[in-house]
Design a protein around this ligand. Structure first.
Ligand code: GLP
Length: 258
C-alpha cells in the first residue's frame, strides 16, 4: 500500500492526472466514483481538464459505491443525485453511463444482484475512488462487515447517520437507517484503488487502515489485501500514522526506482 501525504488540493490534481493517463490509454475506462466531501477536489480537477479540452470522459463509464434505501427519485441527498451534481455535471461523461444501486427498488436483494451483474458486465472497475468514514467504513461497509461481502443491504451506524445528517439539513431523523452498498469483496475486485482522506476526524480511521490489523472492526483495513492501492492524505489525516516519515521518504525517492 502506497501512502501519499500532501495537501488536499494536490490530492485532487494527482488523482485527476492518473485518471487522465488511464483514459488516454483506454477511453472506455470504467471508473468507480464515491460520494462524500473527500473526492470533490478530484471531480473539480477532472472538470477543469475537460473544460480545457485536455481530457474527455465521453466514452468512459462509472459506477457509484452505494445508495440510501428509500429516498425517492429527485431527493437531493440521494447519492444518485449527488454524483450527478458533483461529478457528471462537471465532465462530459454520458449520464446514462453512470450507474448506481437502486435504493428505491421494491426488491432490494434483486437490485443488489442486478448491480453486481452490471459491474461484471462492464468488465469490472478499472479505477475506484474511495473515501473513508470516521468509523472506518468504506462505501457503506460499516464495522462488522464481512471482508468477503458483496453488494447488499446494510444498516448504518449511529455515527455514520450523525456524520451524514449535514446532507439532510442537520435533521438526524431524516437520515435513512439503511443503504445498499458494494461489498468489501466487490470493492477489492477493482483493478486499482485510490483512497482520499483529509482532516483530523479521519486520522484514527487512516491509521487503522494503513497500519492496523486487518479486521471487520475497521473495514477499510481489507484494502491491505489489495495489490494496487494508494492512500492520499493531508497532514491532519496522517497525524496518527506511526510510519509517516517512511512514507514521506518513500515518495521523495520514488524517482530513483521508476
Ligand atoms: C459516506 C459514503 C462513503 C464516504 C464517507 C465519507 O458515508 N458512503 O463512501 O467515504 O461518507 O464522507 P466524507 O468524504 O464526506 O467524509
Amino acid at each position: 500500500m502506497e501512502v501519499v501525504i500532501t495537501t488536499a488540493d494536490e490530492i485532487g490534481d494527482l488523482i485527476a492526472d492518473e485518471i487522465a493517463a488511464l483514459v488516454a490509454s483506454a477511453p472506455e475506462t470504467v471508473l468507480g466514483v464515491a460520494t462524500g466531501s473527500s473526492p470533490l477536489r478530484v471531480y473539480e480537477a477532472l472538470g477543469r481538464r475537460v473544460s480545457a479540452g485536455e481530457l474527455s470522459l465521453a466514452r468512459a463509464r462509472a459506477f457509484t459505491l452505494d445508495e440510501y434505501v428509500g429516498l425517492p427519485a429527485g431527493h437531493p441527498a440521494r447519492y444518485d443525485a449527488v454524483i450527478r451534481e458533483e461529478f457528471v455535471a462537471r465532465v462530459d461523461i454520458d449520464p446514462a453511463a453512470v450507474r448506481g444501486p437502486d435504493g428505491d427498488a421494491d426488491d432490494l436483494d434483486a437490485a443488489c444482484r442486478r448491480y453486481e451483474d452490471e459491474i461484471r458486465g462492464a468488465g469490472g472497475i478499472d479505477l475506484q475512488i474511495l473515501g473513508i468514514g470516521t468509523d472506518g467504513h468504506i462505501a457503506f461497509n460499516e464495522p462488522g462487515s464481512s471482508l468477503a461481502s458483496r453488494t447488499r443491504v446494510k444498516t448504518l451506524t449511529a455515527q455514520t447517520r450523525l456524520d451524514n445528517a449535514r446532507f439532510f439539513d442537520g435533521d438526524l431523523d431524516a437520515v435513512p437507517r439503511h443503504c445498499l452498498t458494494q461489498g468489501l469483496g466487490t470493492i477489492l475486485e477493482a483493478r486499482r484503488i485510490v483512497l482520499v482522506a483529509t482532516g483530523e476526524a479521519k486520522a484514527q480511521a487512516v491509521a487503522q487502515l494503513v497500519e492496523g490489523a486487518v479486521s471487520a472492526r475497521w473495514p477499510g483495513t481489507v484494502l491491505q489485501h489489495h495489490p494496487d492501492v494508494t492512500v492520499f492524505v493531508d497532514e491532519a489525516a496522517a497525524s496518527q500514522l506511526e510510519l509517516s516519515d517512511y512514507y514521506r521518504d518513500t515518495r521523495a525517492h520514488r524517482s530513483l526506482v521508476q
